[in-house]
Design a binder for this molecule. Structure first.
Ligand code: ADP
Ligand code: MG
Length: 381
């Protein structure tokens, strides 16, 4: 287990806590579409306030190029104020003397990514952010795989007082057992579109797991390597030569379309030109179910089909219900996978829902993340 200082171990009375949160909420025309991330941060915020400290919250929102008014965190401050039933002061910037002069129990800094210095982990920028607090808390697991100013530069400036928040702690507690002696059999299901972004985690997970079930567009490079026709299916070029194929389970049938018609075929037939593989087929689901049901640990990332379209959502929904009814430990990570679970109404049936897609995969790949590494080691103070 990673021995990092936790929020409970910080002396908080009279402190000004600089807290990195994940307020990267979906926005449409200034309206928050889903406030789950704000709700998830309330525990850490309330705890800090209850201990007699004030809090300065900081987050990024979207991918602005410079200061884009549309990506201001102002709507978030408003919603957070409603949730906390307490005044939230929205800062007009994230650094500078005006921001430093603000008084209040809860201050929300403006979008960190209005400054390219955030992603560049610029030392002077980190120093200006650090000047806004007397200690640091990171509760943004979803950003911990990025070595940015707010996630790495700032905590390093609080060598004795940089702690993980409750959300971060929960993520690490849920994911760490997958790295060290997980209950067996341990199965992973990986789907999605871009295998290039997941090949690293696939390589690193394979020695640790008993079987890897590959769905979505992940399967096509393997079919191609076997000389199977894949038609117009999405298939990124990746090097799969050194992977232990005996542990990898591929779909035996797939749902294909030529944009007019939908058909289910056995993969051995090959996918004709002009047709694209969109989902795993019913035989695959039935076969996988037999194994997955017996799993003691299941990790799932990435829909096994183009689940956004009802005609190709069946495989993903079936995987969601297999996980939901599995008696073993279940962990699901990834924005789209979580969305699929929610769509199926099964979120509450999963052991751990990881808020960080990229972060959870990288944590499983490397066993640590830059944003966690930057925090104070427990017992070192
Ligand atoms: P997550 O957000 O859970 O990590 P990804 O972002 O990696 O998942 O993958 C989700 C995307 O993969 C979805 O948009 C889905 O439509 C796409 N996808 C799944 N299967 C296929 C397929 N066979 N061909 C093309 N895209 C696919
Ligand atoms: Mg995604």
């Amino acid at each position: 287990m990673i021995k990092k200082m936790t929020l409970r171990e910080l002396s908080l009375s009279g402190q000004k806590v600089l807290m990195r949160v994940d307020f990267n909420v979906p926005l449409k025309k200034g309206q928050i579409q889903d406030d789950e991330r704000l709700v998830a941060s309330l525990d850490s915020i309330r705890y800090v306030l209850s201990k007699g400290a004030s809090v300065v919250l900081m987050s990024h929102l979207g991918r602005p190029k410079g200061k884009e008014a549309d990506l201001s965190l102002a709507p978030v401050a408003k919603r957070l104020q409603e949730l906390l039933k307490q005044e939230v002061i929205m800062a007009s910037d994230c650094i500078g003397p005006k921001v430093a002069a603000l008084q209040g129990k809860i201050i929300l800094l403006e979008n960190l990514r209005f400054y390219p210095e955030e992603e560049a982990n610029d030392a002077a920028f980190a120093k200006q952010l650090a000047a806004l607090g007397t200690c640091y808390v990171d509760d943004a697991f979803g950003s911990a795989h990025r070595a940015h100013a707010s996630t790495v530069g700032v905590p390093k400036l609080f060598p004795r007082a940089a702690a993980m928040g409750f959300l971060m702690e929960k993520e690490i507690q849920a994911l760490t057992p997958l790295l060290h002696n997980p209950p067996r059999p341990f199965y992973a299901i990986i789907g999605g579109a871009k295998i290039s972004t997941k090949i690293g985690v696939i390589k690193n997970l394979l020695p640790k797991i008993d079987r890897l079930f590959l769905g979505g567009a992940m399967a096509y490079p393997f079919f191609k390597a076997q000389g199977i026709q894949i038609g117009n299916s999405l298939c990124e070029e990746v090097n799969i030569r050194d992977l232990p194929l005996d542990k990898i389970v591929l779909p035996s049938d797939v749902v294909i379309t030529n944009k007019q018609e939908v058909r289910t075929i056995s993969i051995r037939e090959g996918i004709p030109p002009g047709w694209q593989g969109m989902d795993i087929g019913p035989k695959t689901v039935a076969d996988w179910k037999q194994s997955l049901e017996k799993g003691a640990t299941l990790f799932w990332n990435g829909p096994v089909g183009v689940f956004e379209e009802a005609a190709f959502a069946k495989g993903t929904n079936e995987i969601a219900s297999i996980l939901a009814s599995c008696k073993g430990q279940t962990v699901v990570g990834g924005g789209d996978s979580l969305a699929a679970l929610k769509q199926a109404g099964l979120s509450s049936k999963i052991g751990h829902l990881s808020t960080g897609g990229g972060a959870s995969l990288e944590f499983l790949e490397f066993g640590h993340l830059p944003g966690i590494d930057a925090l104070t080691i427990r017992d070192s103070v």
